[in-house]
Ligand binder design. Structure first.
Ligand SMILES: Nc1ncnc2c1ncn2[C@@H]1O[C@H](COP(=O)(O)OP(=O)(O)O)[C@@H](O)[C@H]1O
Ligand SMILES: [Mg+2]
Length: 255
């Protein structure tokens, strides 16, 4: 049995804009193990979100392979892709925009539950309340809409909805970047807790090396579409090998 939840092999993705071509992802090979929290760090525009979109197959890779829970999904489509992608959930920088504004948070969570498990209506209701509690929101939040609550609360609800899908891998793409620093710390703590409780793997994407280093035992550093350094986060911080990593560290960590 494999200890691997995700592996990418030599992934490439470029975009053509007029006469210009942007190579957003270049030859990216990475893996995320079971129960592992892995960081992906690099400055804005380096290709992190494009890579996340390839992994979740929202975008189609130009070249390369994506192996999710042992299944090659690089060229999967239709029902096969939908089934495989149930293993991944993603949370984003702007939680509000990922919710349907017409639905209550409870209803949104139940929609995901319905795609995951067969239960009675009462069980769906009870489970959505349990999930809200798990992320520190009481039952009353189930009746609220995304616009009724704060950004931090909305990110909690987004985590609850992700958990409703019982994912093997959670991808957090700048999930705390829009939040105040104190709320950021709370959301990170919550992610840490639910990761421990569920054993799901996390790919934590951020431009903020300090944040990544406080959360992830292993990290990939991305620059200009490429992975330029990888390894144990502590080693990367203490003994960076790559010049870009050195510059990234110098820009965020006081000497
Ligand atoms: N759909 C797209 N069309 C054209 N260019 C894109 C598209 N998505 C991303 N890019 C370009 O790819 C590069 C990487 O973007 P992105 O993956 O969003 O970086 P990051 O998430 O690290 O900030 C940028 O130059 C961006 O402008
Ligand atoms: Mg991004």
């Amino acid at each position: 049995m494999s200890c691997e939840v995700l592996r990418t092999e030599n992934l490439y993705k470029s975009f053509s804009i007029g006469d210009n071509t942007v190579s957003a992802v270049r030859d990216v090979s990475l893996f995320v193990g079971k129960n592992e929290v892995v960081g992906l760090v690099g400055e804005s525009g380096c290709g992190k979100s494009t890579l996340a979109r390839l992994i979740t197959r929202l975008d189609f890779p130009d070249r390369g392979e994506i192996i999710l829970c042992g299944e090659n999904i690089s060229r999967a489509s239709g029902r096969e892709l939908r089934r495989a992608c149930k293993n991944i959930k993603m949370i984003f920088q702007e939680p509000r925009s990922s919710f349907d504004p017409r639905l209550t948070l409870g209803a949104s969570i139940r929609e995901t539950l319905k795609m995951t498990e067969k239960m009675t209506a009462k069980e769906y209701r009870d489970k959505s309340v349990d999930l809200l509690r798990q992320v520190g929101l009481d039952e009353s939040y189930g009746h609220m809409k995304p616009t009724d609550i704060s950004g931090g609360e909305c990110q909690r609800a987004a985590i609850a909805r992700a958990l409703a899908g019982a994912p093997k891998l959670l991808i957090c793409d700048e999930a705390t970047s829009a939040l105040d620093v104190s709320i950021q710390a709370q959301i990170l703590e919550l992610l840490r807790m639910v990761q421990k409780e569920t054993g799901m793997s996390v790919l934590f994407i951020s431009h903020d090396l300090a944040l990544v280093s406080s959360f992830c035992a292993r990290t990939y550093v991305m620059n200009n579409g490429k992975i330029v350094e990888q390894g144990e986060t502590r080693r990367i911080i203490n003994e960076p090998q790559n010049d870009y990593t050195k510059a990234l560290i110098a820009s965020v960590l006081p000497i």
